[in-house]
Design a protein around this ligand. Structure first.
Ligand SMILES: [Zn+2]
Length: 229
């Protein structure tokens, strides 16, 4: 499929990561745009070793602090243009998270891909579903994979990269369940305004995320075909 930008939005557990993997499987010219991964690659890139701005961000990152939002949005803009010029499509799962990010990212996407090639897919689920799925979440520990699956897959090979999926408690996932109330509140207070801003451009489709993965996928591909093919 010709390049486009697809933004998957919804509560934790809505299936954003799973659907992102499915879209990439079908359209190999699409990449998963992971802001955290882009930050990590830039600050550890040896060709920026003598760049004082990048080194300052490197120190913040490894001290566990947040990177400068302005620096992050410039990096995101640069990387979106890079993928677009390389004729790659991009998929976002779970970002933009705030109205600030939304206002930063939307004009860059419109400029790089054209407004009619930016599609927002909102996967709607109830909070109870978000909570139960969150408790059942298992994520591949291979840093370049991060395939999201369920706990019944523990100890089995990852369907995407074949590395054995972890057994027992996943510390980096457990906090997300402990903080689920906070994450619901953050979603309501910060992400809903980001989403409403995107909805104002009439580039969004609502999909029932309560359905099975296969049914959600079918609706995702139907919307992609209708809007982007
Ligand atoms: Zn994997």
């Amino acid at each position: 499929m010709e390049k486009a930008a697809i933004l998957l939005m919804g509560l934790p557990g809505a299936g954003k990561g799973t659907q992102a993997f499915r879209i990439m499987e079908r359209f190999p010219n699409f990449v998963h745009f992971d802001t955290g991964g882009e930050i990590y690659r830039r600050i550890t890139d040896p060709s920026y070793e003598n760049d004082p701005v990048v080194q300052e961000q490197n120190e913040l990152y490894f001290a566990g602090k947040l990177n400068d939002p302005k620096w992050v949005s410039e990096l995101v803009g640069e990387r979106i243009s890079f993928y677009s010029e390389a004729e790659k499509g991009i998929i976002f799962s779970g970002s933009p998270r705030t109205l600030f990010e939304s206002k930063q990212i939307a004009p860059i996407l419109f400029k790089s891909y054209g407004r009619d090639r930016v599609l927002v897919l909102v996967l709607g689920i109830a909070q109870e579903t978000a909570l139960s799925r969150s408790l059942n979440r298992l994520v591949c520990t291979n840093k370049t994979c991060r395939y999201p699956t369920t706990k019944d897959m523990a100890g089995k090979p990852c369907p995407t990269c074949s590395q054995v999926l972890p057994e027992g408690e996943q510390a980096e996932e457990a906090w997300k369940t402990e903080q689920i109330e906070t994450r619901f509140n953050e979603y309501q207070e910060r992400t809903v305004p980001a989403l409403e801003y995107l909805l104002s451009f009439e580039i969004a489709e609502m999909i029932d995320g309560e359905l099975s993965q296969e049914e959600v996928s079918a609706r995702v591909f139907e919307a992609v075909k209708r809007r982007l093919a």
